[in-house]
Ligand binder design. Sequence first.
Ligand code: PLP
Length: 464
Amino acid sequence: MNMIANHPPTSELQALDAAHHMHPFTHNNELEQKGARIITRAKGVTLTDSDGNDYLDAMAGLWCVNVGYGREEMAEAAARQMRELPYYNTFFQTTHVPAIALSAKLAELAPGDLNHVFFAGSGSEANDTNIRMVRTYWAQKGKPEKTVIISRKNAYHGSSMGSGSLGGMSYMHEQGGLPIADICHIDQPHWWAEGGDMSPEEFGLERARQLEKKIEELGEHRVAAFIAEPIQGAGGVVIPPSTYWPEIQRICDAHDILLIADEVICGFGRTGTWFGCNRMGIRPHIMTVAKGLSSGYAPIGGSIVCDEVANVINNCEFAHGYTYSGHPMTCAVALENLRILEEEGIVDRVADHSAAYLAEKWGGLADHPLVGEATTIGMMGSIVLTPDASSRAVFAGTEGDAGLITREHCFRNGLVMRHVGDRMIISPPLVITDSEMDTLVERAWKALDLAHRQLEDEGKMKAA
Ligand SMILES: *Cc1c(COP(=O)(O)O)cnc(C)c1O
């Protein structure tokens, strides 16, 4: 029997799932009690589960399905490439047309002299590449002691040993002996949660200057690079104050260190420009890409590298690479995705229309009594749940309780919205229409109403 085409009932699938499938970032025994939600189909911005329920996917999967679900052209591109050349590697003096075409296309789209691509299978792998690449770069330049990479608390850069170490999620570091050596973290530019009495502008400068302090503390001769997401995604869609990035750029320019922009979420139109760097005015030496590169249709990531770094790395044998670096099918799918983004004018439409529409509609959620602020940038947004917006208060109970309750009401009302602690976040497919955005916000408002009532009934609308 073909279990995928003609699947057994939901309860049977859930039992098999619980028995054999270990889910990422999941307490699997708790999930076993509840039963996993089984997604069977998707089209546009809509998911369908094994019981026939529809959901508006306000997360574009995991921030990746930028062109929306159900694109025939993408399936065709994959099938065509798998028939022609399903696999060959790019080690040992060989290459193939999809890897050549995609690296040339990325060099054209990327800003400045970011003209060279090292492929990986995911964002985590690409960031692991970056750790080895920047350290190798400095060693090649005769400065082998420049090994420290500065990152930020509450950053997300992936889940492997290296990328998980770059990330600033302490609950991840607690498992498996992270971080690896010579990675350190400064505070994040999260004004709502940590800004205290400072204005956002003052706070942005203060947080950026922590980078300069850290470089001085360690000694510039020890620091290889600074890595950051232009806008933190998994940390809760944290939009930095306007003063933050210009000051970070000044500090990177003033010191002899490399800047790595992790564009895994911000890249490929998410902020209304091709990359978050364009939007935030950043000039990185390396950009990490994945997710929206293929709209999630195939697993691919990579590092887009500037001339200077590539020239130095290319002067030695960089003993690094993955069996699937530049996998032909994933490259063909990514190329087709870029063609769709370009030819359908999807990035321009975000910039010229959809971002403003979303900002207006989503911004209206700030009037809800459970909401502290509702912000967007491009096609991502967040709302802060709070018992008292005027004092930016946090809830008295367990952090994330209100967020989880709200997320469950979203699911029950046909909306996939994620929670990070007590922040609700969205990152819908870029092709979402105006009426779909209306539906998204209507369902979010309804879920907030239900969550608010539940929190009041349970006596949880109290400030800490
Ligand atoms: C998701 C993500 C990663 C990791 O990508 P994977 O493909 O899951 O390994 C890295 N950086 C950022 C900013 C991400 O959002």
